[in-house]
Design a protein around this ligand. Structure first.
Ligand SMILES: Cc1cc2nc3c(=O)[nH]c(=O)nc-3n(C[C@H](O)[C@H](O)[C@H](O)COP(=O)(O)OP(=O)(O)OC[C@H]3O[C@@H](n4cnc5c(N)ncnc54)[C@H](O)[C@@H]3O)c2cc1C
Length: 286
């Protein structure tokens, strides 16, 4: 039987476990990624994904890493793709290239507007990229981003959910921004269902490894750090922070899966140690 390689089909078949990587920019970062991939090589991954640089510097690296991972591993690797700042022709060329290279899964993203307001491109929202991909002759499986705690640019919670439900009409599934309170995820899924949208929403879980990184990324993405986590981090030495990150992420994954999440997507930060520990704690996929 041929391997299932479209993420929509994998989600339809059962619970998924997946990992996000980013394309390295330096030789040291490349070495770190290769070590992480080697160390995680024996995990039973459903799929992986590779982020896409908003400012252009890692765009071709994303493409090259996605094609390489798809060639080297039995699981499919999804390419993240942002549309703001791109022309239609640029994106069609990249989609043609992905199709020709056998890449079947795309995470269609808006991306962040350029800081100086120039280089506006042809697109304003991820939904337009979803439409472009749907019109492409290749049968891509398409994911989109969801923000349990509401996207920082959303004017209201209701507008955030309405736009998400609209872009999910033409997409297959969503992957969420990281968050720490399982109730935020459950509320998101309920709000989508109330809008008639029942597409799978895969929660993104980030095992933090430093307090500064946790605060920086949470502030950037509008993620609240619950008082309980702040309390657990009080007086913890820097070297012991990853251990707290593992405990928090494992507990969150367990609650999400028990609440009916279709899988979990771990933000690896191109490191393997925390991911391995969480994976082992979660046990085999049922
Ligand atoms: C799982 C995940 C992976 C990510 N990977 C990357 C990556 O690889 N590279 C990267 O640069 N960034 C990445 N991001 C970040 C993402 O690009 C940013 O959050 C970006 O600001 C918005 O992307 P989006 O796809 O949510 O955009 P959109 O869906 O376009 O939404 C952006 C904002 O516009 C609003 N909106 C949408 N449609 C309309 C409309 N028709 N009218 C008015 N308002 C509207 C939405 O409610 C929201 O507030 C990722 C985010 C997530 C959750």
């Amino acid at each position: 039987m041929p391997a299932v390689t479209r993420i929509a089909d994998l989600l339809a078949a059962g619970s998924t476990r997946s990992l996000e990587f980013f394309p390295p920019r330096t030789e040291d970062a490349e070495t770190q990624l290769r070590a992480a991939l080697a160390d995680l090589g024996d995990l039973d991954l459903s799929f992986a994904s590779v982020t896409y640089g908003a400012l252009g510097s890692t765009r071709s690296r994303t493409r090259d890493l996605v094609v390489q991972l798809n060639a080297e591993h039995p699981y499919p690797t999804m390419a993240h793709l942002t549309c703001v700042g791109h022309t239609r022709a640029q994106l069609v060329r990249l989609l043609d290239d992905y199709a020709a290279s056998g890449v079947e899964n795309i995470l269609a993203l808006g991306g962040d507007p350029p800081e100086h307001g120039d280089d506006a491109g042809d697109f304003a929202y991820a939904s337009e990229l979803v439409e472009l991909i749907a019109a492409h002759p290749a049968d891509f499986s398409v994911g989109v981003a969801a923000h349990p705690e509401v996207h920082p640019r959303s004017r209201t919670r209701a507008a955030d959910r309405r736009h998400l439900a609209e872009k999910l009409r033409d997409a297959d599934f969503a992957v969420t921004q990281f968050f720490f309170d399982a109730a935020e995820y459950e509320r998101l899924v309920e709000e989508l269902a109330a809008l008639g949208c029942t597409r799978p929403v895969v929660p993104g879980v980030m095992p933090f490894v430093s307090v500064s990184g946790l605060r920086r990324m949470s502030a950037m993405n509008g993620t609240a750090i619950p008082a309980e986590i702040e309390r657990r981090l009080e007086g913890v030495a820097d070297a012991d922070v990853p251990e707290v990150g593992i405990e928090v992420a494992t507990g969150l994954c367990e609650r999400l899966l028990a609440a009916g999440a279709p899988g979990v997507h771990l933000y690896t930060l191109n490191r393997s140690a925390s991911v391995r520990r969480i994976w082992e704690a979660l046990g085999p996929v049922r």
